[in-house]
Design a protein around this ligand. Structure first.
Ligand SMILES: C[S@@+](CC[C@H](N)C(=O)[O-])C[C@H]1O[C@@H](n2cnc3c(N)ncnc32)[C@H](O)[C@@H]1O
Length: 279
């Protein structure tokens, strides 16, 4: 029996994820713990990203989902005019205090990556390190990156791919806190096809490289403790797990990527570094 257009609309609505509710829930997750204690692991990626984007003094730069401001501060050290945005207020406060400690003038604002509070074509470069990739409405977040970037500007991303330490870590997390039905994985941004489909026809070029980024800890136990104490998604997954299961699972992932040759841990993470030129 053919369905009415009213019914089709109803069915479609039933299958559209509720982005507002998911965003609010994710915001709670990222507010747990203290991501700033994890952000040190992202410094290497932030440095590589600013280098790959070839940021120049005086350029206007936006760091989307900036956390405690790691990439924003790297850009500010190059004398760029920098804005950082994140929806976790405590991280934005931390970013402001980091900028003050370095006597640098950076504009940090609280906001959602899916609804950037900036006019069209405001920035010469738009960055995100393991940040915008978590926005549930990926198409909308991608459109926002493109919208605020000037024609000829760069959108530079460090993204988690569906393999390596990042892929395995987030796969374990998803077992304990299954993603809402119908939601695309954040790891989509860490693939060439995903990036092409998200940034679409509005880019003139797309340069993509796989890069290693090593994470150094005192030991595997220490690595796991750091994540279970400070990393919101790990805290959530651990709370959803029976005694110790999640910890064992995550410990296996760290062991798999430990390249150290002593009691300390040297975890090899692979990430996708991409620079797109806005058409
Ligand atoms: C893995 S952390 C990375 C933070 C920072 N880019 C860094 O490298 O240190 C992910 C960040 O994305 C932020 N985030 C996730 N979804 C967001 C959204 N829709 N809008 C704004 N911030 C978001 C979180 O609050 C968190 O600070």
């Amino acid at each position: 029996m053919p369905i009415s257009s009213e019914q089709a609309t109803h069915d479609r609505d039933q299958h559209t994820p509720d982005f507002a509710t998911i965003t609010a829930r994710q915001q709670e997750t990222w507010s747990e713990g203290d991501f700033h204690q994890i952000a040190r692991l992202n410094v290497v990626m932030a440095e590589a990203l600013c280098e790959a984007a070839d940021l120049r003094g005086g350029e206007r730069v936006l760091d989307v989902a900036c956390g405690s401001g790691t990439a924003a501060l790297v850009a500010a050290r190059r004398y760029c005019d920098v804005t950082g945005l994140d929806y976790v207020e405590s991280l934005i406060e931390r970013a402001r205090s980091r900028a003050r400690a370095e006597a640098m003038d950076v504009d940090f604002v609280v906001g959602d990556a899916q609804e950037l509070p900036f006019p069209d074509a405001s920035f010469d470069a738009v960055l995100s390190v393991y940040g915008v990739q978590f926005a549930p409405n990926q198409e909308r977040a991608a459109r926002e990156l493109l919208r605020v970037c000037k024609p000829g500007g760069r959108i530079a991303l460090a993204s988690p791919p569906p393999f390596g330490w990042s892929g395995d870590f987030f796969a374990v997390n998803a077992k304990y806190v299954p993603p809402p039905a119908g939601l695309a994985s954040p790891l989509r941004w860490g693939t060439a096809e995903g990036l092409r489909s998200l940034l679409g026809a509005d880019i003139a070029s797309l340069d993509i490289q796989e890069r290693p980024a090593y994470q150094y800890f005192r030991s595997i136990d220490h690595a796991v403790d750091v994540f279970l104490t400070h990393f919101g998604p790990a805290i959530k997954a651990s709370a959803a797990s029976e005694d110790g299961h999640y910890r064992n699972h995550i410990e296996d992932v760290f062991r798999r990527y430990d390249r150290g040759d002593d009691a300390s841990a040297v975890i090899e993470n692979t990430y996708l570094l991409s620079v797109a030129e806005r058409a």
